[in-house]
Design a protein around this ligand. Structure first.
Ligand code: ADP
Ligand code: MG
Length: 856
């Protein structure tokens, strides 16, 4: 019962009551302890041993972690989406009267983390906030901040696009008004939800909070307009939250960037995942097997993060795309410039995160040195770009401020030889410090020389001078010589076989050493803090440089990828036509030996806008489909593409759908989901869209599926006029081309070799005449008798369907005659054979017998 709580437990309860939704890490000595419900939950999440602690008359559940292991545990909890309140001892326990004072010194939440150990350098860690639109326009204000880089942006998002917006940013934590607890926010399933009081999302309160935080009079200077209430509200709520949980972090935020719709292509979840842009279909977290994995030649952490963001936000403006392509082309052509730029970039550390640490007063001496070393590369990067002609490169060059004063200030202060403390300040930086150090070193020296003098004076050859933390300096004499020490020796400590003494002289010098040490440490700390404050004033400039560096890094990375992987510059225009020559799948080709991937040509235009792509299973249909989507996406991102030549008419959206049974993304996928997704394409696609449908309609019975597929294709062809590729194993769909002028048939060629098929992986005009399912089954190792029976059933089915299928009648296949009705005695004879049970000799005898019978 609470009334029987010990004082410690009362203190804990007080803290916990103020952080009810966080695990409280309560510092007790060298441990962080978790109590009660936190102990129960923490022990489960972190595999800690659950014990109990005597709490007055009752016992309280208890679990603890060693303080030095804090970061590892925080990482796990944050990954699990939990919040932690770190409650430290804020006074020296040795000096405390009664219970040590404790306070929450830091809140660590999934969206509000600073420490490198808790972050992935290659991607942003976002905290998002949503605020409702008072105007009721069916949209929300969507603010996004990365505390570790200082980025803050906000935009308006229509409700129906919210899942895509959340999916692309993957925020670790999402702030919502408390009153939204009652309904699910679409697309928010993956993130930690943090509900905050509604008034914090009030546009007025939020605007005031922003103005206060950034010390501005109003928000107009950042591009907020009348009617942007929900944008200001989301931004302000987010800033207020940060100011509360991570005050230092909020201070390091950059002013919000207001993003207007229409700049970037929205990519829905299915498209993002099926094209495997930044995450492999099978999950797992890495970028292996994704487009990002193939293009990721960026050398700086901020470049890596920017590349990832760009892949998820292709451009919609021909001019902007070509500006990027010009820059990539120039760097791809100019090996020298590219090499020099990349050599400079390779040594640049995470300027964005370093800037934030400086701004938040958290940068260590080592980090200050990393900042200076990174800035030292900027002139080299400038030199590499000095002759750049592409306007975008020239713009970056212009923005690459080497910040010489900042670098010089750091270099003049921090000693690279001893960036740990003490000794962090360079000799020569402060006369006062140098003097104190001289005093200190002189005193240490004097004490060291004392040893030989005292040996001489006492005649004890084994006498030595020593030091330890508790007793300070001493003169040590073996026990056997203890009788010979002079009168001015005072006993300090007795060991098993030695005595330790001090003399008034030693004591005096010891005080000099310790006094100087203390002063040196204090002065060093002050000088370092001063430096950090000076540099903190330049944080906005450092952040601006970081942005330029990231921009150059991404362009150089795309150029490097283009050269290494033999990509071509696409011609991007506002036309409709899409034309790829010798196109490859940029990811699949890296998984096979060089040249093993077979390139293909694909073109779509008004007259041939819907391609029905047929061919047996495993022929390469899905690969062709995806490589077209990837080529368009890469082009609009400003990258070269995996082809010999490419002309790409700008698209407004890329839609990719994979039929339920082929859909690896979702275990729970059903025909219903597949149809939902198809419906959403049919509603959202325009004539400018690229629609890629892979085996849609497969999740149900053949005739149902065929009907849905036919109707969908007709709609895309007649009403939407979108560029479409429909990969299907329903070869029946090929007959649409007879009725619909904009439909063309292509198939991925296979060659029949006897009863086998060989995959040629080549796209050829014309539809597949049949599905080759039986041949593929055979290749897959189905027992021969099952394969033979399958052929027989197929023929019967086809014969039955023939009256309706006069046009698509399969050509007579000679080999199949052999197995026709299964009546031929030779066939009967063969069917009875089990090849596995024959010896080679028996097989030969059987073969001879069969040949003889056949000749008769
Ligand atoms: P489908 O969709 O027709 O069943 P996929 O597109 O999934 O076939 O391709 C099956 C496999 O064939 C791929 O995993 C890849 O290994 C290989 N493949 C596909 N296209 C090519 C190509 N153009 N060149 C070489 N191998 C290819
Ligand atoms: Mg497929």
């Amino acid at each position: 019962m609470a009334s029987e709580d010990t004082p410690l437990m009362l203190q804990w309860r007080d803290v916990k009551s103020r952080h009810p939704d966080a695990l409280v890490f309560f510092r007790v000595g060298d441990f962080y302890e978790l109590f009660n419900e936190d102990a129960v939950e923490g022990s489960k999440l972190l595999d800690l041993t659950l014990t109990s602690r005597n709490n007055g008359a009752s016992r309280a559940p208890l679990a603890g972690i060693p303080a030095h292991a804090l970061e590892g545990y925080l990482r796990r909890l944050v990954a699990l989406g939990r919040r932690v309140a770190i409650c430290d001892q804020v006074e020296d326990p040795a000096l405390a009267k009664g219970l040590v004072k404790r306070e929450v010194t830091e809140m660590v939440t999934p969206g509000a983390v600073f420490a490198d150990a808790l972050l992935d350098a290659r991607r942003n860690n976002y905290l998002a906030a949503l605020a409702g639109d008072a105007a009721g326009e069916g949209s929300v204000g969507f603010a996004l901040a990365d505390l570790s880089t200082g980025e803050l942006s906000v935009r308006r998002v229509p409700w129906e696009e919210l899942p895509d917006a959340l999916g692309a940013a993957e925020p670790a934590e999402l702030l919502l008004p408390r009153s939204w607890e009652l309904f699910p926010v679409p697309g928010a399933a993956g993130c930690t939800l943090t509900y905050r009081a509604d008034w914090l999302f009030d546009p007025r309160a939020a605007t005031e909070e922003l103005a206060r935080l950034f010390r501005v009079a109003n928000l107009a200077g950042w591009g907020f307009e009348a009617g942007d209430d929900s944008l200001a509200a989301a931004c302000g709520a987010l800033a207020a939250y940060l100011a509360e949980v991570q005050p230092a972090g909020a201070v390091a935020l950059r002013p919000p960037r207001v993003e207007r719709a229409g700049l970037a292509m929205a990519l829905d979840e299915m498209t993002r995942r099926n094209l495997e842009l930044v995450e492999p279909l099978r999950g797992g977290g890495g970028v292996e097997g994704t487009l990002l994995g193939v293009l990721d030649e960026a050398l700086t952490p901020m470049g890596c993060r920017l590349l990832r963001r760009r892949l998820l936000a292709p451009l919609l403006d021909v001019e902007a795309i070509n500006a990027r392509l010009d820059a990539v082309a120039e760097l791809a052509d100019d090996d020298g410039a590219r090499r020099d730029a990349r050599a400079a970039l390779a040594e640049v550390r995470d300027l964005e995160r370093l800037a934030v640490k400086v701004g938040a007063g958290r940068a260590t001496p080592r980090e200050m040195l990393a900042l200076s070393a990174s800035l030292a590369r900027v002139p080299l990067l400038r030199a590499a770009l000095a002759d750049a002609r592409a306007p975008l490169l020239a713009e970056h060059l212009e923005g690459l401020d080497p910040l010489d004063e900042v670098r010089e200030a750091i270099d003049a202060t921090v000693d690279p030889a001893a960036p740990g403390e003490p000794g962090v300040i360079r000799p020569g930086r402060s006369a006062e410090l140098d003097e104190l150090r001289a005093v200190h070193d002189g005193a240490v020296d004097f004490i060291a020389r004392l040893q030989s003098r005292e040996r001489e004076r006492t005649g004890i050859a084994s006498l030595k001078v020593g030091f330890n933390r508790v007793f300070g300096y001493y003169l040590e004499v073996g026990r056997s010589h203890a009788g010979r020490v002079p009168a001015d020796y005072h006993r300090k400590q007795t060991l098993a076989n030695a005595e330790r003494y001090y003399t008034p002289e030693l004591k005096e010098w010891e005080e000099k050493v310790l006094g100087a040490e203390e002063k040196v440490a204090a002065l060093e700390q002050r000088l370092f803090a001063e430096l950090r404050l000076d540099v903190a004033r330049e944080v906005p400039r450092i952040q601006a440089v970081a942005e330029q560096v990231a921009g150059v890094d991404v362009l150089a990375a795309l150029a490097e990828a283009a050269v290494r992987r033999d990509y071509v510059r696409p011609e991007v225009d506002a036309g409709f036509a899409l034309e790829l020559r010798g196109a490859r799948h940029p990811v699949v080709e890296t998984m096979m030996p060089r040249e093993a991937f077979i390139p293909n040509d694909v073109s779509l235009d008004h007259a041939a806008r819907v391609m029905i792509l047929t061919g047996p299973n495993m022929a390469g249909k899905s690969t062709v489909l995806r490589q077209v989507g990837l080529a368009v996406l890469m082009a609009q991102v400003g990258s070269f593409v995996a082809a010999r030549a490419a002309r790409i008419g700008l698209v407004d959206r890329i839609f990719t759908r994979v039929g339920a049974s082929d859909n690896l993304v979702r275990g729970q996928s059903t025909f219903m989901v597949e149809m939902n997704e198809t419906a959403s394409i049919l509603h959202a696609a325009t004539a400018r869209s690229l629609v890629l449908l892979d085996e849609i309609g497969r999740g149900t019975s053949t005739w149902d599926g065929l009907s849905v597929a036919t109707a969908t294709t007709e709609h895309l062809h007649d009403a939407l006029l979108a560029k479409t590729i429909f990969a299907t194993h329903y070869h029946e769909l090929t007959r649409l081309a007879e009725r619909l002028p904009g439909v063309v048939n292509f198939s991925v060629a296979v060659r029949e070799v006897g009863e086998d098929i060989v995959f040629l992986r080549r796209l050829v005009p014309g539809g597949a005449d049949r599905s080759y399912g039986v041949e593929v089954a055979r290749l897959a190792g189905l027992p021969p008798e099952v394969v033979a029976r399958a052929r027989q059933v197929l023929l019967e089915l086809e014969a039955a369907a023939r009256p309706h299928a006069a046009v698509a009648a399969p050509p007579p296949v000679v080999q199949l005659g052999l197995f026709d009705a299964g009546l031929h005695p030779l066939v009967e004879r063969l069917r009875a054979v089990d090849p596995n049970s024959l010896t080679p000799l028996q097989a030969l005898a059987l073969l001879a017998e069969l040949v003889e019978a056949a000749r008769k």
